[in-house]
Design a protein around this ligand. Structure first.
Ligand SMILES: CC(C)(COP(=O)(O)OP(=O)(O)OC[C@H]1O[C@@H](n2cnc3c(N)ncnc32)[C@H](O)[C@@H]1OP(=O)(O)O)[C@@H](O)C(=O)NCCC(=O)NCCS
Length: 160
């Protein structure tokens, strides 16, 4: 995959997140969310949650984005997706989400869901582009500001 404006001879690679990535993941996390996950949350996900799959986008040895999903029976629940602010708008978020969707399809999963802040129109645009549709809200889901979550679902059939 080549990414506009990045050095052409370098590639962005996607691979599984490892415990050794967590410090760099946290930097992206803190630049991306008002209520970031803790170090322990990521460590627990990687070490103990056998339902979880996390991937990173790496560029020049640096983690510049990541995404995760829980594989729960026949559903994929997106837990987290973020791209470092310096690298947004180059279809990395889309690439990460498509990779999660492909992972789910590979596991025989045909539906995915996620929650997103009702104010986060950028992320909602990404999700809608890849086939997610809003089906309802969870009132006050985000405890830092009592914001509602939009619940979205995607049928994976035709969009991967
Ligand atoms: C949401 C996020 C992961 C998107 O990553 P990104 O790499 O910048 O997005 P992409 O370049 O892949 O864009 C994919 C689509 O998202 C939408 N999008 C991206 N940036 C947008 C912007 N600034 N304004 C409106 N829509 C936008 C568009 O639909 C875009 O498709 P298009 O380029 O064909 O129009 C990134 O903005 C981010 O990390 N945000 C902070 C963390 C976050 O909110 N995560 C989601 C939590 S639910």
């Amino acid at each position: 995959m080549s990414v506009g404006e990045l050095h052409e001879e370098e590639r962005v690679t996607l691979r599984r997140m490892m415990l050794s990535d967590v410090e760099q993941v946290l930097e992206v996390e803190h630049r991306s969310f008002t209520a970031p996950w803790s170090r322990q949350a990521f460590l627990t996900e990687l070490a103990d949650n056998h339902l979880a799959r996390y991937i990173v986008a790496e560029y020049q040895g640096r983690v510049i984005g990541y995404a995760g999903v829980w594989l729960i029976v026949d559903e994929g629940h997106v837990t987290n997706i973020a791209v470092h602010p310096d690298f947004r708008g180059r279809h990395l978020g889309e690439t990460l989400l498509r990779a999660l969707m492909a992972e789910c399809v590979g596991q025989g999963i045909r539906r995915m869901t996620l929650e997103v802040r009702v104010s986060n129109t950028v992320a909602q645009n990404l999700y809608r582009k890849l086939g997610f549709v809003g089906v309802g809200t969870r009132k006050g889901y985000y405890t830092d500001n009592n914001e509602d979550a939009l619940i979205m679902w995607a049928d994976l059939g035709a969009n991967v």
